[in-house]
Design a binder for this molecule. Structure first.
Ligand code: SAM
Length: 233
C-alpha cells in the first residue's frame, strides 16, 4: 500500500513536544530527556503508525519509550495515535518520544550511556528478493551488532513477523551477534499471551490467515579477552 504525501506532517511534528526533531543531538543523553530519567528505556524500531507503541507506553508509565521510524508519513499517524490513546486514559504524555531516523545509521542516534534495556522490532521489511538485500533487515547480524553498544547486559530483543524466511534467518542472525533466543513461537495467536499488543501489520496478516511468528532474545556478555593476548576469544 503506497503512503500519500502528507504536507502537514512536517510542521505538525515540528510543533509536537514528544516528537524529537534533530534527534542526534540527544545521543548519549536520551534518559535525561524524560520526566523520570531513572526508568528503564525501551525502543521500538520501525514503529510505523504507532498503534503498538501508543498502547504499550500508555500501559507502562514506569518505562520510558522511544519509537523510531524513517518517514514522517507514518510518524504523523503515530503522533496522533499517541495523543488519542493517552487522552482516552487521562494520562500525561511523559514516557514516550518519537523520532525520524534511519535505523541502519543507529550509532549516530544512541550511545553507551543511553543503556537501553529492550528493543521491539515488529514486522520489519523482510528484504528477501535478493540475498544482498537481506543486510537491510533490522534483525540482520550486521544490524544487531550496531545495537549492542547502547544495550545493557541481558537486554532483550522482542521480535514479531509474518515472514517464514525472515523468522528462520533471524534465529540464525541472533546467536551470530551474541544473543540467545529464550522463547519463540510460530503461532503467537494460538495461545496469545496477555502481554501481546497486535500491531497494524499483525492485524493485517492475521486477517489474511498468516500466523504471527515471535521470539524473545537476550544479549549475552561480550567475549572476554584471553589473558595476555589482548584479542577476543
Ligand atoms: C512493514 S512496516 C511495520 C510497521 C509496524 N511495526 C507494524 O508492525 O505494523 C515497517 C516499518 O519500518 C520502517 N522502516 C523500515 N526500514 C527502516 C529503517 N532503515 N529505518 C527506520 N525505519 C525503517 C518503515 O518506514 C515502516 O514504517
Amino acid at each position: 500500500m503506497r503512503m500519500r504525501f502528507k504536507p502537514y506532517a512536517g510542521p505538525e511534528l515540528a510543533a509536537c513536544p514528544f516528537h524529537m526533531n534533530d534527534a542526534t543531538q540527544y545521543r548519549g543523553h536520551w534518559r535525561e530527556t524524560f520526566a523520570r530519567p531513572e526508568q528503564p528505556l525501551h525502543l521500538e524500531l520501525g514503529c510505523g503508525k504507532g498503534g503498538f507503541l501508543s498502547r504499550l507506553a500508555s500501559r507502562h508509565p514506569e518505562i520510558n519509550y522511544i519509537g523510531v521510524d524513517i518517514t514522517d508519513k507514518v510518524l504523523i499517524l503515530a503522533k496522533r495515535n499517541i495523543e488519542r490513546v493517552y487522552a482516552e486514559k487521562g494520562l500525561a504524555i511523559d514516557n514516550v518520544k518519537t523520532l525520524a531516523h534511519d535505523i541502519e545509521r543507529i550509532p549516530t542516534l544512541l550511545d553507551v550511556p543511553d543503556r537501553v534495556e529492550r528493543i521491539y522490532i515488529n514486522f520489519c521489511n523482510p528484504w528477501n528478493k535478493k540475498a544482498n538485500h537481506k543486510k537491510h533487515r533490522l534483525t540482520h547480524t550486521r544490524q544487531l551488532l550496531l545495537y549492542r553498544p547502547f544495550l545493557v547486559e541481558n537486554a532483550e530483543v522482542w521480535f514479531k513477523c509474518d515472514d517464514e524466511d525472515l523468522f528462520n534467518d533471524t534465529l540464525r542472525y541472533l546467536p551470530q551477534a551474541g544473543f540467545t533466543v529464550t522463547w519463540q513461537t510460530r503461532d503467537l495467536h494460538a495461545n496469545e499471551p496477555a502481554w501481546n499488543i497486535r500491531t497494524e501489520h499483525e492485524q493485517m496478516f492475521t486477517e489474511m490467515g498468516i500466523p504471527t511468528k515471535a521470539l524473545i532474545a537476550r544479549m549475552d556478555a561480550p567475549p572476554v579477552a584471553a589473558p595476555g593476548t589482548g584479542s577476543p576469544r
